[in-house]
Design a binder for this molecule. Structure first.
Ligand SMILES: C[S@@+](CC[C@H](N)C(=O)[O-])C[C@H]1O[C@@H](n2cnc3c(N)ncnc32)[C@H](O)[C@@H]1O
Length: 340
C-alpha cells in the first residue's frame, strides 16, 4: 500500500514513475498525438500503465472491489458494494454448478465475494500482471483455490475454448475495451448456448449533450483520469450486444435505484467524514495527501511523478462527481444478455 511515508505505488519502479505518468498522459493529450485512435491502438500499454500506477491507491482508499454502487438510505458503503455484486449473481442465477468468467477482475474483491455467495466456480481474467498476482494471493489467503482461479490475459483475445462457460460478468471493466463489438463477440464465443452475460458499464446517459462544451470536457476528463478509450451511450451498449449475437433480456441504469441522498458519487464527493477511510476518500482528505506528497517530492523523499499522479486522481474524482450531479454519466449501466 502507498502511504505518506512510502508513496510509491508498488506496481511501479521508483525511477519509472515520472516517465510512466508522462507517457500515460500523452495518450489523452490531443495537442500532441493523443486521439481515440491512438488510445485504441495502444490500449494495453495505456491501461496497464494506469493500473500499475493506481492499484495501491485504490486498495488504500477504497478496498478490494474497484467499483461504485447504488446505496440505500441506511446502508454502509461496504454493504452497498456487496449488494451490488450479489445483484449480478442473482440475475445470472449462479449456483455451485456454474462455470463463470469475471472479465477484468481487478484484485478480485467481487470474484471472491461472488464465489462465496453463490458457490460458483469463477475464473478471473485480467491483463494487468500486478493486479492478477495480488488476486491469486488473496484467493489463496482466503482458502478459495478450489473455487476460484486467475487467468492473465487480454479479454479481447481469450485463450479459452468455444462454449466453455455457463456465464460471464464484467464490473466496470468493459469500458476499457478498445472495441466493444469485438469484446462482446469474444464473450459470446466462449459461452455455451443458453449462457448469460451481465455487467455494469460506464456510460453516457440521455442527459449528455455532445454539443455542450462542459459535457464534452467532463467526458474527456473521465476518459483521461480512468484510462478509457471512449465512453459510449447506454443505447450503444444494447445495440452492440445485439450486434454481437446476444438477446438482451434486461438493461437499466442502476444509479437511478440509489437513495437520492446517497448517490453513487457520495464517497468521493467529500461529504462523508465519519471514518478515516471516508476522510481519505473525500476531497479534503485527498488535498491533505496531495499537500504532503508535494512537500515530499520537492524534498526528494517521494519520486518525481508523485504529485502528477495525485493531481490526476483528484481531478478525476472531481469530474466524476460533476458528471454524477449533472446525471450525464453512470458507472453502473446494468445489462443481462443471453446466447440463445
Ligand atoms: C475498474 S477495474 C474493475 C475491477 C473489478 N471488476 C472490480 O470491480 O473490482 C477494471 C479492470 O479491468 C481490467 N482490464 C482492462 N482492460 C483489460 C483487458 N483488455 N483485458 C483484461 N482485463 C482488462 C483492468 O486491469 C482492471 O483490473
Amino acid at each position: 500500500m502507498p502511504s505518506i511515508k512510502n508513496p510509491i505505488p508498488k506496481g511501479v519502479e521508483k525511477e519509472n514513475l515520472a516517465s510512466m505518468i508522462h507517457e500515460y498522459r500523452g495518450f489523452h493529450n490531443e495537442a500532441e498525438s493523443g486521439t481515440i485512435v491512438s488510445r485504441t491502438k495502444n490500449y494495453k500499454t495505456m491501461i496497464n500503465h494506469y493500473y500499475d500506477l493506481v492499484t495501491d491507491f485504490y486498495e488504500y482508499g477504497w478496498g478490494q472491489s474497484f467499483h461504485f454502487a447504488p446505496r440505500k438510505r441506511d446502508e454502509s458503503f461496504k454493504d452497498s458494494l456487496i449488494r451490488h455484486e450479489h445483484y449480478l449473481a442473482e440475475q445470472l442465477e449462479l449456483d455451485p454448478g456454474s462455470e463463470v468468467l469475471d472479465l477484468g477482475c481487478g484484485v478480485g474483491g467481487p470474484l471472491r465475494e461472488l464465489a462465496r455467495y453463490s458457490g460458483a466456480r469463477i475464473t478471473g481474467v485480467n491483463n494487468n500482471a500486478y493486479q492478477i498476482a495480488k488476486c491469486g494471493k488473496y484467493i489463496e489467503e482466503e482458502g478459495l483455490t478450489n473455487q476460484c482461479s486467475t487467468l492473465k490475459a487480454d479479454f479481447m483475445h481469450l485463450p479459452l475454448d468455444d462454449g466453455s462457460f455457463d456465464a460471464a460478468y464484467t464490473i466496470e471493466a468493459s469500458c476499457h475495451a478498445p472495441d466493444r463489438l469485438a469484446l462482446f463477440k469474444e464473450v459470446y464465443r466462449i459461452l455455451r448456448p443458453g449462457g448469460q452475460f451481465s455487467g455494469y458499464e460506464w456510460c453516457l446517459t440521455d442527459l449528455y449533450d455532445d454539443k455542450n462544451p462542459d459535457h464534452r470536457q467532463i467526458k474527456k476528463g473521465i476518459e483521461e483520469g480512468d484510462a478509457l478509450p471512449d465512453i459510449l451511450h447506454t443505447s450503444e451498449i444494447v445495440r452492440v450486444l445485439k450486434e454481437a449475437g446476444f438477446t438482451v433480456c434486461d438493461s437499466e441504469d442502476r444509479a437511478l435505484t440509489s437513495d437520492p441522498r446517497k448517490p453513487w458519487y457520495l464517497p468521493i464527493e467529500g461529504k462523508e467524514l465519519s471514518s478515516l477511510h471516508g476522510l481519505l476518500c473525500t476531497r479534503p482528505g485527498r488535498m491533505i495527501t496531495h499537500f504532503l506528497l508535494t512537500i515530499f517530492e520537492k524534498m526528494g523523499i517521494a519520486p518525481k511523478g508523485s504529485i502528477a499522479l495525485s493531481a490526476l486522481l483528484i481531478k478525476t474524482a472531481d469530474y466524476l462527481v460533476e458528471a454524477g450531479k449533472k446525471g450525464i454519466f453512470t458507472p453502473m449501466f446494468y445489462f443481462r444478455a443471453k446466447k440463445l
